[in-house]
Structures are given as C-alpha cells and as structure tokens.
Design a protein. Structure first.
Length: 95
C-alpha cells in the first residue's frame, strides 16, 4: 500500500487538528468548570473525555495520534521532568 503526498498531508493535518482541538477543549474545560474543581486537576465535570471519543469516531487513527500528542503537550506542565516514562505512558494510554 503506497501513500501519495496528498494522503500523507491529509493525515498530518488530521493529527494536528485533533491534537489542537483536544488541547483547546482541555483548556475550555479548565476555564468553564474551575469552580467545580474537587482537587487540583480533578474536576467533577470533565468534557475532554467525551470529546476524545467523538474525535476518534469521526477522524479515526489520526485522531488517536493527535490525542496522544496533545496529552504529551498538556502533561509537560503537570508532571516533573524526572518522570518521562510516566508522561510517555500517559500519552500512549490516552490516545
């Protein structure tokens, strides 16, 4: 199975779009439900979990890769630099 340049660019665009949408939805959730936060990083309402399912159903495998990359981007602030394996595994499991 060979891929043309156009298909590769479309797949890359889907990965980028899904990653950016996931990051944006994560930030919107933090902004909208900041008052309902149980503990730091733990919300009673967490919309990105449902949005993750929608992305994968609509975009397929490129969305999974985008979610993985988006999770890595979000986790770079939350975890310490001494835990790179935890950041890696969290992204893989999320995507």
């Amino acid at each position: 199975m060979t891929y043309s340049l156009r298909e590769a660019l479309e797949t890359a665009a889907l990965i980028l779009i899904s990653g950016l949408l996931f990051i944006a939805f994560f930030d919107v959730n933090d902004w909208a439900f900041a008052d309902m936060e149980y503990r730091e990083g733990v919300n009673w309402i967490f919309l990105p979990a449902g949005f993750r399912v929608v992305l994968v159903l609509v975009m397929g495998l490129p969305a999974s890769v985008g979610i993985m990359l988006g999770t890595w981007f979000i986790d770079r602030e939350g975890f310490q630099a001494s835990q790179p394996s935890l950041i890696l595994l969290n992204g893989v499991v999320s995507g």
